[in-house]
Design a protein around this ligand. Structure first.
Ligand code: XIL
Length: 318
């Protein structure tokens, strides 16, 4: 495979990285690529650090799944983006069904974030502190945290993360915030609100789950990043993939290559865009087919580990 991380570093970025999930850790063909620092200089655990795996019952923490990925990445000398402290999905049942009152849920959230950030202290380049808190119109998405705590759950989460590790970068992360619009403005408002409260926030993560042929234009991606950076934060592409409406064709695969390259190039020319992470690099490991029915082939490598045209198109803009 092309040495995408080596190329990204030469282009002035901190990393080109990938998500890695636990089931793939036993696949040598997969791990030889995933933990090759020349190809991927950064890893994000795809699931293991999420709430349902790390606090299966209240106050009982386990970091086994997350550590399995983190330890391999650390041994390979790769950076880690750690993901995610607070998200409305993949929560443990005790939390969603507990009917906790305001003060109790605040304590629960603070204790969870403190325990997890402390466990990974010194290992993560960045934490996605709050993930997907917004509706498409830029208003706050309904979830157990908003229902019980109110919108202040976001500053509470960032403050707890900052207190547990003052050195790790703290990100707000979401999808459909890769071009200007109501949702991007909502993300900017989250950043501004944290700054107004003097709570540490370092970056905005743009997930970038794109659809071949309907991805945001190169120019709108540039403008969008400018808007975030004007607030004094860095940005990153955190979960880039470009799914295809099946059946695939040579033309669609070429469009996918163009869409991948546009996002990567937009990051490359934007100084405060620190890096690009793909949400896995191997089609059989991708979350896409099970989540978006009728789509697939979203990653850089086919089931047979053959590099798709997107690998060359990315290498070209790096
Ligand atoms: C996905 C994982 O890839 C799947 O394995 C899991 O079943 C669901 O979550 N946005 C995010 C990621 O922030 O955490 C999600 O990851 C994909 C969408």
């Amino acid at each position: 495979p092309a040495d995408l991380n080596d190329l990204a570093k030469k282009a002035g970025k901190m990393y080109f990285g990938t998500a890695v999930d636990n089931p793939q850790l036993d696949d040598k063909q997969y791990t030889d690529i995933a933990f090759n620092k020349a190809v991927f200089g950064q890893v994000t655990p795809a699931n293991g650090q999420k709430y349902m795996y790390t606090e299966r019952s209240r106050g009982t923490y386990s970091f086994v799944e997350g550590d399995a990925v983190v330890d391999k990445a650390t041994a390979a000398g790769q950076l880690l983006r750690c993901h995610a402290l607070l998200w409305y999905q993949q929560l443990p049942n005790w939390l969603t069904t507990g009917n906790f009152d305001n003060a109790t849920l605040i304590t629960i959230v603070q204790e969870h974030i403190t325990a997890e950030v402390q466990h990974y202290k010194g290992k993560c380049y960045a934490w996605d502190v709050v993930n997907e808190a917004l509706n498409e119109d830029g208003t706050m998405r309904k979830n157990v945290f908003l229902d019980t705590i109110g919108p202040s759950y976001i500053p509470i989460a960032f403050a707890a993360a900052a207190a547990a590790d003052p050195d790790v970068k703290l990100y707000y992360n979401d999808y459909n915030i890769e071009n200007p619009g109501a949702k991007s403005t909502g993300a900017a408002n989250i950043v501004k609100d944290l700054q107004a409260r003097k709570i540490k926030v370092d970056g905005v993560g743009m997930q970038a789950h794109f659809i071949a042929g309907s991805s945001p234009s190169y120019d709108s991606q540039l403008q969008n990043m400018k808007n975030f950076i004007a607030l004094g934060v860095e940005v990153a592409y955190t979960e880039l993939d470009v799914r295809i409406t099946l059946p695939n064709s040579a033309e669609k695969t070429q469009q996918q290559a163009t869409d991948y390259a546009n996002a990567v190039k937009a990051c490359v020319v934007t100084e405060k865009c620190v890096g690009i992470t793909v949400w896995d690099f191997w089609d059989p490991a991708s979350w896409v087919p099970s989540t978006f029915k009728g789509t697939g082939d979203a990653t850089l490598f086919s089931a047979g580990f053959e590099a798709k045209p997107a690998v060359a198109s990315i290498a070209q803009v790096l």
